[in-house]
Design a protein around this ligand. Structure first.
Ligand code: PMP
Length: 395
């Protein structure tokens, strides 16, 4: 290894470790579900984004196996060369219908979808107004586009309006976009879609909602934009296939022209191999289940409401989440990490989230109840929360 790399790595790794900011990655011995096995121990899992429990659903697995038998394990090429199979286009049609748009385009992940879609439309001659708590993939997509990035105070429509007016008046930009998460994953709050639509229309802003945590959760599964009845008013409805849908991939749903453009300009679409056939088929099965049966969605919300109410009763600070995402805000980073470590030792897999993922001093243990958790599992988790909370003086 070069001396420069060696010194860079050891200096920075040591610093992270000494500050308690280095996250060890745990290895799951088996499927991701409401219970997981790590180092031979079964734990109640409150850390996944597998909102509807579909990641290990028998129907999705059967669809994946069937598609593998028919199409093989790989698509063989990037989409534009000869990696587009009928199941890829069928998945896009299903997504568009589900989202209430003319068309959709699928990418290999939510992260590269944001990187590709933002930079396919925005350029150095443009400006992007971006909510200050937006996800890292949005931030990176904005940076990649070369557009001027203007941070907007979290969910502050007046700040958005003022900054949009200022940007327009400057005469410096050809286009201006506003981009926001649909559901903010660290706090569980929901974007003010009606307010966003109003300001975007008034100021002629391109609107982009990353609904990674809203799809399958809000709007009876169809997402935050549809929840507010604005499917035709938001230009980009971006989402992921990796959370509620339980598989992997990302997509944008929007007008036919927008999707046509992304298919010729979004670089991960043009230069990276398409989803595996099994992946595409499992996603279609997940959409079918979500469209035909609301019971998983209802169970998710019931579990979320129960967990939040009981944690609050115990005296934990659970913030202001409007969705099943349930943060338990501890504050100081090392205490947050210790809290999570003790929960895991006692049998609840709930991970700490600290700076730089959330601002310094707002460390939290984030709980993601899913449709697959039984009431008994949540009650057991609450007993452990109470014990550890008292032991560490958090409650
Ligand atoms: N956007 C948001 C808001 C996310 O939370 C995530 C995943 N953490 C992504 C995009 C990236 O999605 P994926 O995991 O499918 O790459």
């Amino acid at each position: 290894m070069s001396k420069a790399l060696d010194s860079f790595l050891s200096r920075n790794l040591d610093e992270l470790k000494s500050k308690g900011l280095y996250n060890e990655i745990d290895v799951l011995e088996g499927a991701n579900g409401p219970k997981i096995t790590i180092r031979g121990r079964q734990l109640i899992n409150l850390s996944s984004n597998n909102y509807l429990g579909l990641a290990n659903d028998a129907r999705l697995k059967a669809a994946a196996v069937e598609a593998t038998e028919k199409y093989g394990v790989g698509a063989g090429a990037v989409r534009t060369i000869n990696g587009t199979m009928d199941i890829h286009t069928e998945l896009e049609k299903k997504l568009a219908r589900f989202k209430g748009t003319e068309a959709a385009i699928v990418f290999q992940s939510g992260f590269n979808c944001n990187m590709g879609a933002i930079s396919a439309v925005m350029t150095k001659n443009d400006a992007i107004l971006s909510d200050e708590l937006n996800h890292a993939s949005i931030i990176d997509g904005c940076r990649l586009s070369g557009a001027k990035i203007i941070r907007v105070k979290h969910q502050d429509m007046e700040d958005l309006r003022e900054k949009a007016k200022e940007a327009k008046l400057s005469g410096l930009y050809e286009k201006i976009m506003y981009i926001s998460d649909g559901v903010f994953s660290m706090d569980g709050d929901v974007a003010n879609i009606p307010g966003i639509v109003e300001v975007c229309k008034e100021q002629d802003l391109i609107s982009y909602i990353d609904d990674a945590h809203g799809s399958g959760v809000m709007g009876h599964g169809a997402g935050t934009v549809k929840h507010f009845g604005h499917a035709k008013d938001i230009d980009f409805q971006m989402g992921t296939l990796s959370k509620a849908i339980g598989v992997v991939g990302g997509y944008v749903a929007g007008s036919q022209d927008l999707i046509d453009w992304l298919k010729v300009r979004a670089r991960p679409f043009l230069f990276s191999t398409s989803l595996t056939p099994a992946n595409a088929a499992a996603c279609m099965e997940a959409i079918r289940i979500m469209e035909e049966d609301g019971s998983l969605h209802d169970k998710l919300w019931e579990n979320g409401r129960f967990l939040k109410a009981e944690l609050k009763k115990l005296g934990f600070n659970i913030g202001n989440s409007e969705t099943p995402i349930t943060p338990v805000i501890i504050g100081e980073e090392t205490l947050t990490q210790k809290f999570s470590r003790r929960l895991i030792e006692e049998g609840v897999y709930a991970k700490s989230i600290v700076f730089p993922t959330v601002p310094m001093g707002t460390g939290r243990v984030r709980n993601m109840p899913t449709a697959a958790h039984s009431r008994e599992m949540l009650e057991e988790a609450l007993r452990i929360y109470e014990r550890v909370g008292k032991e560490l003086g958090v409650i």
